[in-house]
Design a protein around this ligand. Sequence first.
Ligand code: FAD
Length: 434
Amino acid sequence: MAEKHFKYVILGGGVAAGYAAREFARLGVNPGELAVISKEAVAPYERPALSKGYLFPQGAARLPGFHVCVGSGGERLPPEWYTQQGIELVLSTEIVKADIASKSLTSASGGIFTYDVLIVATGSTVIKLSDFGVEGANANNIFYLREIDDADKLVAAIQAKKNGKAVIVGGGYIGLELSAVLKLNDIDVTMVYPEPWCMPRLFTSGIAAFYEGFYANKGIKIVKGTVAVGFDSDSKGDVTAVKLKDGRILDADIVVVGVGGRPLTTLVKGQLVEEKGGIKTDAFFETSVPGVYAVGDVATFPLKLYNELRRVEHVDHARKSAEQAVKAIKAKEGGQTIEEYDYLPFFYSRAFDLSWQFYGDNVGDTVLFGDNNPESPKPKFGTYWVKDGKVVGAFLESGTPEENKAIAKVARDQPPVEDLEQLKNEGLAFASKI
Ligand code: FAD
C-alpha cells in the first residue's frame, strides 16, 4: 500500500482531535499538511452526547447535529469542513502500529502514514467484565458505551426490548446517565454497584443521597454493596439475568456496563515515557519525544494549580489540551513560546432535568449547603471542599450560568475560610461574593 506523508498527523478522531483540527485551521494550515486518522467511521463529535441526547426517546441527537465544536458553543465541523480546509479525514482506519523512531504509523489494512509532528489523541477504552473473566459476560445485549457504534447498538436494543428490564452495572456518571435515559425510554431500571454510594470518586455521601433519592422517586431501583459475577442467557444467546455476588438474581433484557475506562496508550508503549497510566507531557503537551504530543484522556500533564502531574478524563480538558498543543506547535515553528497550560478541573453531568457542575479539587473537609431534599420541587444545593483553610473545590446542582461561574471562580481563587459552619450557612452566597 502507498505511503502517505503529512506534516501533522492527529492519531484519533474524537473530541481532542476535532478541537485540534479547528485550532490548526485557525492558526493556518496549508491544504494537504494535516491528517486526522480515526478508527471511527464519522468525523469528530461531542462524545458526551452518546449517554445523553443520543438515547432520548424523542428528538434524539443525531449526526451531523453534534459534531465538534458545538459542545463548547463553537461552530459545528461536519466532514465537508475538513475538505474545505484541505484537512484529510482518514476514517474507518485503525492504526495498529506506531513507530515513533521512524515517525510512521501503520493501519490495519497495511497503509503507512508518515509525519513530522504527531498528536496522539486516542482517548480511552472501556473496561469490560470479560476482562475479569465474569461468567457469561459475552452474552448478547450486554453493552458498553464509548463510540457511536456502541450507542447505535443500544438504541436498537431499546427499540427491540420495549418496556423491558435493564440492569446498569456501575454507579459512576455513565451508570447514572444511562439509568436516567433508559428510564425515560420506559425501561424498568436497576442499578448495581459495590460502593456505599454512587459516584464515590467525586460525590460525598450527602451529594449522593440526593441523587439516589431522586432516582428512587423516578422508580429506579438501586442495589449497592455487591457486584455482578455472572450472566444467564437464553438459547439465542440473549442475556436474561444478572447474577450478583450476594446471591441475588436480577432479570434483564438489557445490561449496560459502565465500570470505568483506561487510556489507549498501547500503540506507544515503551516508546514514550508514561506516568500515572498516561503519556507524560510537559505544560505544552509535548511528550518525552520532541515533535510528539499527547492530548485528552491519554495525557498525564502538569496541573499547575496543584503542582502535580494528573491525567483527566473529561471533555473540557480534551478540548483545551488539544488547543494548547496546537498553539504550542505553531508557536515553536515561529520560534516563540506560549503560556503554560493552567487548567482548572471541570466536570459536569446531566440526567433527567438535573444538571451539576464541579470545579477544582475534591480533597479535604466538605461542607454541604442548600436544599438537597430529593422531594423538593426545585432542589438546589452544593458542596465546598476545604483544605488547609482554603476552599479548593466546589460542586453545584441546578446552578444558573452565573452561579456556575461563581463556583468556578472560588475553585480557581481558593479563598480562605475560617469557620465551616458559617460557610455552610452562607452557601452559594459565599461564592457569589468572591
Ligand atoms: P475520544 O473522544 O475518546 O477520542 C479518541 C478517538 O481515537 C476515537 O475516535 C477512537 O476511535 C480513536 N482511536 C483510538 N485508538 C485508535 C487507533 N488505534 N487508530 C485510530 N483511531 C483510534 N466528559 C465530561 O466531562 N462530561 C460528560 O458528560 C461526559 N460524558 C461522556 C459520555 C460518554 C458515553 C463517554 C464515553 C465519555 C464521556 N465523557 C464526558 C468523557 C469525554 O467524552 C472524554 O474525556 C473525551 O471524549 C476525551 O477526548 P479524547 O479525544 O481524548 O478521546
